[in-house]
Design a protein around this ligand. Sequence first.
Ligand code: NAD
Length: 377
Amino acid sequence: MRVGVGREQCDGERRVAATPETVHELAALGLEIFVERGAGAQAGYPDEAFKEAGAAITAELVLESVDVLLHVRPFTPDAAASLRPGTITIGFASPGSELPTVRALAEAGVTSFAMELIPRISRAQSMDALSSQSLVSGYRAVLEAAVRYPRFFPLYMTAAGTIPPARVLVLGAGVAGLQAIGTAKRLGARVSANDVRAASADEVASMGGTFINLDLDAAAEGPGGYARELGEDRAQRQRGLLAPHVAATDVLITTAAIPGRAAPLLVTTDMVAGMRAGSVVVDLAAESGGNVEGIIAGQDVQLPVVGGFVTLVGMKDAASAMPSDASRLYARNVSNLLALMTADGRATPDFDDEVISGACLTCDGTVRHPATAAALA
Ligand code: NAD
């Protein structure tokens, strides 16, 4: 079977859906791999390395000629419509927001697998691209903050005086938040964090952070261990209780998300106005509406406060900013899913497997993912 890996078409996307390492493994399964010229160039994987691993390099990837297509970003509706019936696609599909593409995939008879839909179960951890890319984003968010923060993160006791450690507050302690806590700790900051899930207190402590218990009555936990949206009353109460913690912090990293919903608003402009000049706020949820009022995805905004300003950083394409390792992890997630459905050199998905059926978005002309099918009805 012919497996294609194209150059990503989305502006600013530097990742690639395969690496020489995964090409080698997929070729060993009897698959033929075709990599579009330059597909891995921005991630640090040159054509030569793909060739040595067993791939054929093509000037242009002809979509109709491949049986399986590996990708990072969702297709455009036009690209989806140009696929041959029966083509298998594996990659991020953003089913919550890219409904025209989902419709086009179904109408084209494509069997599409969305990496966002991989079940969050132990057996599927090696395919969990949301986790692997959140790991990269959480790490990167702290570095973005550190380069903008006009002071040190660690404590320094020097002959010229003592410099206190930076205080870092992380709101949302899921995969990205926990990585942010670990990274800020490694840089020597004093880190605290809050989340609405019951399990998060222990997880924050295991990364060396101090959990801030807001006493919000009950943990807001929904299906699959994800957070549930707070009602407006509790959301307001949460903001009120967070305000003094935000005012006392030097660096604020926000990562809070609710699957399928806009990001919850955790920090208002008034709360930012209480921070001291020079403080930095990095919002990893900026692309889905933002946890911080006034945030703009892909931009820095300087909010005037007494004595200077606070820098608001709207993170965009955070994982793509570290394309080499982000691709290494992502390509492994994708290749593990493809390997799970491959036998004797052929990809033949077994829909009795809960990982395969859970990740399937479209098949045989229909949208198989119930929530997306309902949104399109
Ligand atoms: P996510 O990206 O959907 O959300 C990020 C975090 O924001 C979550 O921890 C969530 O609780 C938090 N949040 C939402 N609303 C909030 C609010 N109002 N205030 C503060 N925080 C808020 O989540 P994620 O990082 O993808 O992971 C969510 C859960 O899935 C976690 O329990 C994680 O441990 C679990 N998980 C399990 C597996 C697995 O078993 N294979 C893999 C990855 C993650």
